[in-house]
Write a protein that binds this ligand. Structure first.
Ligand code: PEP
Ligand code: MN
Length: 378
């Protein structure tokens, strides 16, 4: 059972204590309070765990400061969307508000290689007033002989260059818990010119120790990549692991699923799941067209397949795009074959803007209609 408090309660603890007092009347029930900071509001929930079947909701509904009491059968207690009309989706980090009201483009290098490439990438973003990027320093590679990323050595100049170009948030994968310390230390030494959102890669989607580690810290929000060969439910449970350790600031990223049926694309694009994730959770949804499609070929209409995949994700309601670029893809040390060149940045930004406008128009056209009947699938 989840007791949702009114947002921004000045005397939140009084309500939490009142909930505790009522809950204490029922044996076998434990109380776990949570606080979330959305982009505009702070809100709190009290979760009752254990034998709650016999606990009446009315006992809590009448308490001052309680907005709603929800019995959850849903597995996703923390990341689940229990109150679609009111729930705050998203969070703010280093001045970047990630929620459902806008689309952020995390365009950047799959793998950091040279200072000149990082500078060229970030300068191109700055020209478009984009403050979000992706920069891989720790690369999980299929072969031990492939480039493994520059690791912590590159962090000082990556962060300094980000500061120079006004980049506020960098998506950077951590493949080991120690990488979070290295990133935190480098940010500290550099004087926090920018900030990082920790990417949990598809290969680590079920690395429960890493999930728990990123969940236990508050310094970094998390960009979680859907597991490539597991069910959506398993991936959502992985996010629940992160949240249940104390960090609910998670973006859920779809990046295609592994099956030969996706060929000639690298993976099978799964962006039809954007509305599913939004319905089932309160996590902002990101799409990664680069690792889904994996090639930079163009369709007969002139648009790269990657643009078409971006369109599919945005028209479905995604609020972030993680996309590989490289000033010289032929020189990239990782995934050059799927990197867009810098001259494609403005066309991509315009494409996203146009498709997002179409999405918003469509949503507005549906506003006021009775909610569609949902089928048995969630
Ligand atoms: C990446 O984004 O660089 C990456 C390795 O992605 P994924 O974990 O989705 O394969
Ligand atoms: Mn890659």
């Amino acid at each position: 059972m989840i007791i949702i408090l009114e947002p921004d309660l000045p005397d939140q603890n009084v309500t939490v204590d009142a909930v505790r007092a009522v809950a204490a009347r029922y044996p076998g029930v434990t109380v776990k309070p949570y606080e979330f900071r959305g982009t505009t509001h702070r809100f709190a929930e009290v979760h009752l765990l254990g034998s709650t079947a016999a606990v009446p909701t009315a006992a809590f509904e009448s308490l001052p400061g309680v907005r709603q009491v929800v019995r959850v059968s849903a597995k996703y207690r923390l990341v689940g969307r229990h109150d679609p009309a009111h729930e705050t989706v998203g969070f703010e980090h280093n001045g970047v508000h990630i929620d459902e009201s806008t689309v952020h483009i995390f365009a950047g290098l799959c793998a950091v290689d040279t200072p000149a490439h990082v500078d060229a990438m970030m300068a191109a973003l700055a020209r478009e007033s984009i403050v979000t990027t992706r920069m891989g320093a720790y690369k999980p590679r299929s072969s031990p002989y492939d480039f493994q990323g520059l690791g912590k050595e590159c962090l000082p100049w990556v962060f300094e260059t980000a500061g120079k170009h006004g980049i506020r948030l960098i998506a950077m994968e951590a493949t080991d818990a120690s990488h979070l310390d290295e990133i935190a230390e480098a940010l500290e030494r550099a004087g926090h010119p920018t900030a990082v959102i920790i990417q949990v890669g598809t290969r680590n989607a079920q690395n429960y120790e890493l999930l728990k580690h990123v969940g236990r810290q508050q310094a970094f929000p998390v960009l979680f990549k859907r597991g490539m060969g597991i069910t959506l439910e398993e991936s959502l449970n992985a996010c629940e692991y992160i949240a249940s350790e104390g960090n609910p600031r998670i973006i859920f990223c779809l990046r295609g699923v592994k099956t030969l049926l996706g060929e000639p694309h690298r993976n099978l694009v799964d962006f039809a799941h954007v509305p599913v994730v939004r319905r089932q959770t309160r996590l902002p949804v990101c799409i990664d067209p680069s690792h889904s499609v994996g090639i930079s070929l163009r369709a007969p209409d002139g648009l790269p397949d990657i643009f078409h995949a971006v369109g599919q994700g945005i028209i479905a309601g995604a609020s972030a795009v993680l996309v590989d670029f490289h000033p010289h893809p032929e020189r990239a040390l990782c995934d050059g074959g799927q990197a867009l060149t810098l001259d494609m940045l403005v066309p991509l930004v315009e494409h996203v803007r146009r498709v997002r406008a179409a999405y918003e128009e469509s949503v507005a056209a549906f506003a006021g209609r009775a909610p569609a009947k949902t089928g048995s699938a969630q």
